[in-house]
Ligand binder design. Structure first.
Ligand code: FAD
Ligand code: MG
Length: 270
């Protein structure tokens, strides 16, 4: 293991042994949540759109799993809202695919996951990644090198990993030309990248998380709509209110009050 590589929480083998049947239960719970969501109704037409997104994402994940299998698949998880949706749908898909052969899930023990922390990360993001690591049975390996180097180190450390899921959406930089499943390019280490939530819109992400009451990173309640580094991320100016807090600073509405995909990254300074 390199010096920049840190495994979150307890050593893998100890957690792995304790976790195997728990992971099946976690997947089962996520599948029940997804079923609840698909059965839910709302006066807003948004709900039907989000339900279609859920079905499409599950189909993409199942295709990826049928090509590479759960042992060869990892998640790229940075605690953001998009990869949180992806995580829930991934765990639900595992249950849907392997509910009759639970050993396929139990033998994983934990879900392989990569978090590139980088410099100037928000402590709230770091805390949320740790919380998810425990709650959802992840085996998160954290790196502090640039993204490409971090993934290269990860593949050296876990050479059996062939496919990595990322919560990139069309609205993200370079998202407009991506496919659901494709090989890496532009000097990235070689693996298959999977983008299950590529077509999701901002409001659909919040419809899913809020309807199912899935806990998310606390920064979203403070008016951040897209989380990067502390040095390049501010609250979204569209959410600023005329109210001030006890210190005289402006109060912002929570992220889920924004209605427009195009305005999501207005708090990103570069
Ligand atoms: P965000 O909305 O912040 O992130 C989108 C998603 O990327 C997140 O949901 C999460 O799943 C993942 N992610 C982002 N930051 C981190 C992090 N610090 N730690 C862990 N996961 C993170 N570009 C290419 O040109 N060619 C490639 O082959 C290529 N392969 C990639 C493979 C992976 C797994 C990832 C994560 C990125 C890859 N990229 C590649 C870069 C990608 O296309 C986008 O430029 C970038 O992810 C957008 O990140 P963002 O911070 O702007 O968006
Ligand atoms: Mg995003």
């Amino acid at each position: 293991m390199t010096v920049t590589e840190i495994i979150l929480s307890k050593p893998y083998t100890a957690r792995h042994m304790a976790a195997s049947s728990r992971l099946f239960e976690i997947c089962h719970e996520c599948a029940s949540l997804v079923d609840d969501f698909l059965a839910s109704t709302s006066e807003k037409s948004l709900r039907k759109d989000t339900q279609k997104q859920v079905q499409q994402s599950i189909s993409i994940i199942k295709t990826a799993l049928s090509q590479h299998g759960p042992k060869e698949t990892a998640l790229s998880f940075n605690g953001g809202k998009d990869c949180l949706v992806m995580l829930i749908l991934y765990l639900a898909s595992l249950y849907m695919m392997y509910k009759d052969t639970p050993e396929r899930i139990e033998e994983l023990g934990l879900i392989s996951s990569v978090y590139v922390e980088g410099h100037h990360a928000f402590p709230e993001v770091e805390d949320f990644v740790k919380e998810c690591n425990e709650k959802y049975g992840l085996d998160t390996v954290k790196y502090e090198s640039p993204m490409k180097d971090s993934f290269a180190q990860y593949l050296t450390y876990r050479p059996h990993i062939k496919a990595i899921l990322a919560g990139i959406r069309r609205a993200d930089p370079y998202g407009d030309t991506l496919e659901f499943i494709q090989e890496t390019d532009h000097g990235w280490p070689k693996f298959v990248r999977v983008h299950p939530v590529l077509e999701w819109h901002y409001v659909e992400v919040w419809d899913f998380l809020l309807t199912l009451k899935i806990p998310y990173c606390s920064l979203y309640d403070l008016g951040y709509t897209s989380l990067g580094k502390q040095s390049n991320t501010a609250r979204n100016p569209c959410l600023e209110t005329e109210e001030t807090d006890a210190k005289g600073s402006p109060v912002y509405l929570p992220a889920y009050r924004l209605n427009d995909d195009d305005k999501e990254r207005l708090g990103r300074l570069q």
